[in-house]
Design a protein around this ligand. Structure first.
Ligand SMILES: Cc1cc2nc3c(=O)[nH]c(=O)nc-3n(C[C@H](O)[C@H](O)[C@H](O)COP(=O)(O)O)c2cc1C
Length: 227
């Protein structure tokens, strides 16, 4: 596997002053470099717009790491010198976070990952891909369980609240819709299928993905080859 350096051991020099004792904690993090976004047979935008459909039934064939890289870049990739991204963001405050639940992706170990737009890397946060639990959290929608991978669009709303106050949640939701459409169009042009899943229990999705308190899940996008 062409991982840059898969395992970085961070020695967190956390010195806990507890009863006069000090303690150091070791945390293992997998960082996986993604290939640049690529299309083997690019589709004109007008055809992608016309062909875009919600696809809920997928072949068992794995996705490739290149396909995943292209989809994640479409969602939130950095495209400008000031950190501008593929999707618009109110005030350029970028509240969105993108996660990947990878079940069957060639050259990518199963797990949950956070996408880092700045470095175009994946950071593994869990070693299993809890697609069945995620499907349960999504009111039993089977496309979430059977997809080789699920892209999760989430947000840290406070990044936008400080500037936009009462309009901030509206803006966060608009941004997640724009990012989701980018994923739909990228998937279509790659010959893949996806569907925007908005029906789920927020708390259950947070729990299944072990999201931090301030991270709110907004959209699930199961992805696979149309069956
Ligand atoms: C906000 C929103 C929430 C949605 N939630 C779900 C969902 O939970 N499950 C699902 O199968 N489709 C969901 N969809 C997809 C719609 O059902 C789909 O876009 C619609 O039927 C039109 O079909 P098309 O996308 O193929 O054009 C959602 C779409 C939107 C915009």
């Amino acid at each position: 596997m062409s991982f840059r350096n898969c395992t970085i051991t961070l020695l967190v020099a956390t010195v806990l002053i507890a009863g006069g004792h000090s303690m150091a904690q070791t945390v293992h993090t997998d960082i996986i470099e993604l290939p640049s976004p690529s299309w083997t047979a690019p589709m004109p935008l007008d055809r992608a717009l016309e062909a875009r459909r919600s696809i809920r039934s997928y072949a068992r064939t794995p996705l490739t790491r290149a396909e995943i890289a292209t989809l994640l870049w479409a969602a939130q990739g950095v495209t400008g010198p000031g950190g501008e991204r593929t999707a618009p963001s109110a005030g350029g405050l970028y509240p969105l976070e993108v996660f990947l639940v990878a079940g069957r992706v060639d050259d990518l170990p199963e797990g949950v990952y956070r996408y880092d737009p700045a470095s175009h890397d994946l950071i593994r946060t869990a070693e299993k891909a809890p697609r069945a639990a995620l499907a349960h959290a999504a009111l039993g929608q089977d496309c979430v369980r059977t997809a080789p991978a699920v892209i999760v669009l989430a947000a840290v709303p406070s990044r936008t609240t400080s500037k936009y106050r009462s309009r901030s949640l509206r803006y966060v939701h608009i941004e997640s819709g724009a990012a989701a459409e980018n994923v739909y169009l990228a998937a279509t042009s790659l010959g893949l299928g996806t569907v925007l899943v908005g029906a789920f229990e927020d708390a259950d999705v947070k729990n299944v993905l072990n999201l931090e308190k301030e991270v709110e899940p907004l959209i699930l996008l199961p992805v696979g080859r149309p069956r």
